[in-house]
Design a protein around this ligand. Structure first.
Ligand code: NAG
Ligand code: NAG
Ligand code: NAG
Ligand code: NAG
Ligand code: NAG
Ligand code: NAG
Ligand code: NAG
Ligand code: NAG
Length: 683
């Protein structure tokens, strides 16, 4: 319509025709007296622009007539207007104060575009076509008419389907509303109605209260407050021409309450709002509250205020605010009555008895319990406590809520975020927030800690999710004491440790602490274990796994004065190492020997030549547990008997020659032989 309107508007300015009649036309100022030829379509509007030519330019009282032939269709005098029946609601005097003043470059001053007597003819009908005259009479002047009127000719075109379009209606709810929509030829033209752009038939309730009369007139009866809106009639013919015209329905009614909750809970000590849910057209002029049957005037009650929409605002609720309230809305038409009673119950809000910390930090895989608890302000019961995660949800399957506490197990990276603990009763909801941060590294807390005990020591093993750059220390204590002792685990053996120097038959508690680049990590869970009694120890000797490995790569070599035994340290347990024990004995015989050494080699001497020996090396731990190497069987060659035999043979031969020389000779021979044989052996 606005597009069309501007077209009409421009045609109005431009379509000026040359005077063809009796008017004397002299000079520019009289140009207004030329008749103007205007065109508009059915349903549109047109502005007839008419200026008042006051004598000597002074504003004096005047009467304005708009005439069509001899009929006065519109008049204005001193604010009073009259309209001919056909024009009721369709002619509006243009309010000059509407800002359509423009700066005119040739005249060089701002000027009012429309003359003071201009009218806006709306909802144009086919029958509106014809001559119109704007006439001004000055009652206080003689002669009352200064000049003849201004003439306009209106042509109605731009559509050949509609004759009379609908016009705006304002009615009261329940009354009948009628929208005219007259087509030129009922037999050839089809008509349908739309409300707010949707075919009327789509409105279930409204369509049951409407009929379209034969000439196309839409009748709504009875009207409802919800019927207000834009009604459009759409005419179409067989060749596809379509013409539309629309008008508005304004339904007015006495102010009415549309909803009132029977019961309301107000939070003690906090602000609250008591709403009156009403509708009013024309708008609300007054709203009256009653409490327990008496007028309730907020101006007389401290801490209670009217809101613009009539709601009551309680800045701080107390017990005196409880009671039954009603509201009654009014507008210019009056009221449809009071609301039912709204019963206000004052209740204390829940109070937190345990709130979470602001921040929690966990590593992947860990578990977290966030505490939260609340009590009802009135009766000390636990209100409904819920947890939720902001912008997300709690991890399904990994969380539990026990009373108020939230527990999340196997913490994942996506668990980071803000968590809210909410305690709710009928009066209020209170919320406590906490944040969970998740470190993007697996927990370094050692786990699966297990212990094996002996009389004086306990051997611990554990697992860890982190292997790199971590150090462990064992914390332990006798159960009946409070002080903890720590033991730093050597880095070479990171997932086990043996704690020694313990008392037999005593219960101990152990924990393993992990230390990484960021400092001390979490402790493992603790384990408790009893050390063995001496008696148990005896029976368990050699049975339990030794905390130290056995010596490896044992080798035995015969040398001049014995057997040289060498070996390498055991594969594990060296931190518990006390000493090595070399044991040897003659095969199948009872006699044997042993020796202790901290070194990794030993020379066994005093052996019997020509005998076979079994040699083994033991690693002894601090708590006297033993790990025994494999047995090496070796023959100790008879060097001494070899020497003895040769001496005897040489002696016999020499004695046969000359005995005196022989003794000297034997001495030298023996000496050389000894040197040679030891040199040989060295090689
Ligand atoms: C129009 O404006 C004039 C001054 O600009 C003012 O005196 C007059 O009261 C206004 N009329 C209306 C109806 O607003
Ligand atoms: C004339 O009335 C119509 C319909 O109410 C409106 O859309 C239009 O703006 C009015 N024209 C002027 C110049 O006021
Ligand atoms: C007004 O029109 C009448 C005829 O209708 C004519 O006699 C009269 O002279 C005209 N007056 C002026 C001022 O044009
Ligand atoms: C009809 O009512 C509408 C909505 O209130 C308004 O915009 C329009 O100007 C009115 N039309 C006429 C002709 O009064
Ligand atoms: C009335 O206004 C207040 C704000 O001043 C608003 O909170 C309340 O919801 C409104 N009530 C209704 C019924 O619109
Ligand atoms: C909730 O956590 C608190 C603090 O950690 C604790 O004292 C309380 O026993 C926990 N409640 C339950 C039901 O586990
Ligand atoms: C850790 O211990 C649990 C039971 O205590 C067992 O099921 C699991 O297999 C152990 N994990 C490893 C890696 O040994
Ligand atoms: C060798 O044996 C003798 C006597 O049997 C003994 O006196 C001596 O101490 C032993 N030497 C070593 C090193 O065992």
């Amino acid at each position: 319509m606005s597009l069309h309107a501007s077209k009409v508007f421009s045609s109005l300015i431009l379509v000026l025709s040359i005077s063809t009649n009796f008017r004397q036309v002299i000079g520019l100022l009289d140009e207004e007296n030329y008749p103007r030829y205007l065109t508009a379509a059915v349903g549109d509007f047109i502005v007839f622009d008419c200026e008042i030519d006051f004598p000597q330019g002074y504003t004096i009282p005047y009467k304005l007539y708009w005439k069509r032939g001899e009929e006065i269709v519109y008049s204005w005098y001193n604010g009073q207007t009259t309209e001919a029946e056909e024009y009721v609601g369709r002619i509006h005097l243009l309010d000059k104060n509407i800002s359509n003043s423009q700066y005119h470059p040739t005249i060089g001053r701002s000027y009012q575009h429309y003359g003071k007597a201009s009218i806006n003819l709306t909802s144009i009908r086919e029958s509106d076509a014809g001559w119109y005259e704007c006439k001004i009479m000055f009652p206080t002047r003689t002669p009352p008419y200064r000049n003849n009127g201004t003439w306009f000719h209106l042509t109605v075109s731009g559509g050949n389907l509609l004759a009379i379009p609908p016009i705006n209606q304002t009615i009261q709810e329940g009354e009948e509303a009628r929208f005219l929509c007259v087509v030129k030829d009922v037999t050839l033209i089809k008509l349908r109605w739309l409300k707010d752009g949707i075919p009327l038939s789509a409105y279930q309730d409204l369509s049951q209260r409407t009929i379209v009369e034969n000439d196309g007139t839409l009748v709504i009866s009875p009207t409802d407050m919800g019927d207000f809106g834009e009604y459009e009639c759409e005419a179409s013919n067989k060749v596809g021409d379509v013409q539309k015209a629309k008008a508005y329905l304004n339904v007015q009614y006495k102010a009415k309450v549309i909803y009132a909750p029977p019961e309301l809970y107000f939070p003690h000590g906090r602000p609250a709002m008591l709403d009156c849910h009403y509708r009013a057209n024309p708008p609300l002029t007054n709203l009256r509250w009653e409490k327990d049957g008496f007028l309730f005037d907020p101006y007389n009650v401290q801490g209670v205020f009217y809101r613009k929409n009539g709601s009551l605002y309680f800045s701080k609720v107390d017990e005196t605010h409880g009671g039954s309230y009603t509201c009654t809305p009014y507008n210019d038409l009056g009221t449809q009555g009071s609301s039912p009673g709204m019963y206000v119950i004052v209740q204390k809000a829940p109070v937190f008895t345990l709130t979470p910390h602001n921040l929690y930090l966990r590593k992947l895989g860990e578990r977290i319990e966030i505490p939260c608890d609340a009590r009802d302000g009135d009766n000390g019961h636990r209100p409904i406590i819920t947890w939720n995660k902001k912008q997300s949800s709690l991890p399904v399957g990994r969380y539990t809520i026990n009373e108020g506490n939230l527990t999340i197990t196997d913490v994942q990276e996506e668990d980071r975020g803000i968590y809210q603990c909410t305690a709710t009763n009928k009066a209020a909801t209170v919320t406590a927030e906490t944040e969970l941060l998740v470190e993007n590294i697996p927990s370094s807390a050692p786990y699966n800690l297990s212990a094996v005990s002996s009389t004086n020591s306990v051997h611990l093993t554990w697992l860890s999710r982190r292997q790199m750059n971590v150090e462990y220390s064992v914390w332990y204590r006798k159960i009946e004491t409070t002080g903890w002792t720590t033991y730093q685990v050597p880095t070479s053996r990171s997932l086990e440790a043996t704690i020694t120097n313990l008392e037999p038959g005593t219960e101990y508690e152990f924990m393993v602490l992990c230390k990484d680049d960021n400092g001390d990590g979490p402790f493992s869970k603790s384990v408790r274990i009893w050390t063995k009694t001496e008696a148990e120890h005896e029976s368990n000797l050699y049975k339990g796994p030794a905390p130290i490995g056995y010596p490896v790569n044992v080798a035995v070599t015969p040398v001049d004065d014995g057997l040289k035994v060498t070996w390498d340290p055991p594969d594990f347990g060296m931190e518990l190492f006390k000493t090595y024990i070399v044991r040897w004995h003659v095969t199948d015989e009872y006699m044997f020997g042993s020796a202790e050494t901290p070194e990794t080699s030993y020379l066994i001497t005093n052996l019997t030549e020509g005998l076979e020996y079994d040699v083994e090396v033991l690693a002894l731990s601090i708590d006297d547990q033993q790990a025994i190497s494999e047995k090496i069987r070796i023959l100790y060659p008879g060097f001494k008997s070899i020497r003895a035999i040769s001496t005897v043979i040489l002696g016999i031969i020499g004695g046969l020659v000359f005995l005196g020389v022989v003794f000297v000779a034997v001495y030298f021979v023996r000496k050389r032989f000894t040197q040679n044989s030891s040199q040989l052996l060295k090689k």
